[in-house]
Design a protein around this ligand. Structure first.
Ligand code: BYC
Length: 474
């Protein structure tokens, strides 16, 4: 069980390590000050119907109650240890899993933990203003749940930094509170986390596409031979599932509402759809193209010696590593990656070890495609002849083999002029953003009411009705 009697709730017996406890208690006010500054705008007095973990077991989510977000019990929760666990891949395969950081891997491991940790506060910063334009109390509660859990994911990484990386770790933990999403001088580490999330369509796309990168990266880290990292990622994954649900169902409800209005009024031209105050499917496709492509970049270069090192040293595995049937060393294995040669996109075989980023990206794409197929069903059921598609992997990429090339959504290699002529057929234009934001100018806060541009969900949170008071404003 989680100990909530301590200042920092935890299931790692924090009280036994006074030095660590004091260091984290020192970091705690800095974290809160960051939350007051960069957490959801003007929300500090709201009471929000939030879930708080009571144990790390799968059914440990039983507790729902009204909580003021700055009083949320952020803490340190690791999956219980498995004494027999081993390093399951790479050159140390078969050795007992490490309970401490192996000296030779200290700096690369710290780097992985810092990169993971950096994304968590970044996403809270990106979503800071959205509470002011929520489509319902149900949705407002959901974004706040996502935000407090991203805050807890930051705690998870900061615990590892403080506990296992000494002074360097403490300095990194401070830097995690100092960088800012989108800041020119001190930005967040990874590209997608410096992009704005200016409206609720962008928020749902982000939680569908980018939080799912979170899932795949956490799954890869949950295989780590460094056992404390593996155990903390396993518990984070239970929180991540809700975030992806918010994204998938949010986009699905927007599509559903648009389709209803199109059918009722027998219209299909985007201008007519917009005139009725809902988001045209073409704009939804452009948002999809944007969020998909910036998220693909988060997997890193197609061919990466960093990725090979992470794997060989047993620090970061593949998706479902222990379920895969091969040697888990990848000495002779090959894997296909794409590259642009002249005016063609070719596939070539490269060592599987160096193409692990590409492989994880491919695993991700498979799952994303299944989600997009579920959105498509909503359109098909309404009898509307429109297809939502994932653009080509090379479309709008800034990391890896496609960088510097202009690739259309269907995979044609274009000149820069050709790209420019079509850019805003494929990606949201400033006009698209201002239209979407014009729909979201204020907060919809009456009980049970939903903004015109989104359908209500199928059911409420934790068995509560849709007209439940999910947030009390005070
Ligand atoms: N933007 O060999 P390369 C989540 C850098 S999301 C900017 O290509 P590598 C969440 C790279 O750092 C999951 N820079 O890549 C979701 C390197 O720099 P140096 C987050 C980038 O290292 C929603 C250089 O390019 N977790 O949890 O194999 C809400 C060449 O590196 C980018 C993780 O990412 C980029 N997109 O792989 C909240 C897991 N990509 O060495 C939370 C930990 C690469 O030249 N991170 N670079 O200075 C990793 O495993 C790896 O760092 C990456 C990159 C997969 C990100």
């Amino acid at each position: 069980m989680i100990n909530y009697t301590e200042k920092i709730p935890n299931n790692v017996d924090l009280g036994r390590d006074r030095v660590l406890q004091r260091a984290l208690e020192h970091w705690q006010p800095a974290y809160l000050s960051w939350w007051y500054d960069m957490g959801p705008n003007e929300s500090h007095n709201f009471e929000v119907y939030l879930r708080t973990a009571i144990s790390v077991e799968p059914d440990g989510w039983a507790q729902f109650d009204y909580v003021k977000m700055p009083e949320y019990r952020w803490g340190i929760f690791l999956q219980p240890p498995d004494e027999k666990r081993q390093v399951n891949f790479g050159i140390h395969k078969g050795q007992p899993a490490w309970q401490d950081v192996p000296g030779e891997y200290r700096s690369i491991l710290r780097r992985i933990v810092v990169t993971q940790g950096d994304t968590e506060p970044a996403s809270v910063e990106q979503q800071k203003m959205l509470g002011l334009s929520c489509p319902s109390l149900y949705d407002l509660r959901n974004i706040f749940q996502v935000n407090v859990e991203e805050g807890r994911h930051l705690w998870a990484m900061v615990y590892l930094l403080h506990r296992y990386f000494g002074r360097d770790g403490r300095e990194e933990a401070e830097s995690l509170l100092a960088r800012r999403s989108g800041d020119t001088d001190n930005p967040r580490i990874l590209g997608a986390f410096n992009e704005p999330t200016p409206d609720w369509l962008a928020f749902y796309m982000f939680t569908f596409f980018t939080d799912r990168d979170g899932k795949f990266q956490l799954c890869a880290l949950a295989e780590s031979g460094f056992d404390p990292l593996a155990r903390t990622c396993r518990f984070m994954l239970t929180e991540e599932a809700h975030h992806m649900f918010v994204g998938e169902s949010g986009v699905s409800r927007i599509i559903q509402r648009t389709c209803e209005v199109m059918k009722e009024n027998k219209i299909d031209a985007p201008a007519d759809v917009r005139a009725l105050g809902v988001i045209d499917l073409q704009t939804i496709q452009r948002y999809l193209n944007f969020h998909y492509s910036v998220t693909l970049d988060l997997y890193g270069s197609d061919v990466s010696s960093n990725a090979a090192n992470y794997y060989t040293s047993g620090l970061k595995g593949r998706f479902r590593e222990t379920k895969l049937e091969d040697d888990h060393v990848l000495r002779d294995a090959m894997y296909p990656v794409s590259e642009v040669v002249g005016d063609k996109i070719n596939t070539k075989q490269v060592p599987a070890l160096t193409s692990l980023n590409e492989r994880l990206r491919d695993d991700y794409i498979e799952e994303i495609q299944a989600g997009v197929d579920r959105w498509q069903r909503v359109i098909d059921e309404a009898g509307i002849p429109f297809r939502l598609t994932l653009p080509h992997k090379g479309f709008h990429r800034e990391i890896g083999n496609f960088t510097g090339h202009f690739i259309s959504p269907t995979g044609e290699i274009l000149s820069e002029e050709q790209w420019k002529a079509h850019e805003f057929d494929w990606l949201p234009s400033p006009k698209d953003y201002s239209y979407v934001q014009s729909l979201m100018s204020g907060r919809v806060a009456e009980l049970g009411k939903f903004a015109n541009w989104i359908a209500p969900p199928v059911k409420g949170v934790n068995g509560q009705p849709l007209d439940f008071q999910y947030v009390r404003f005070n």
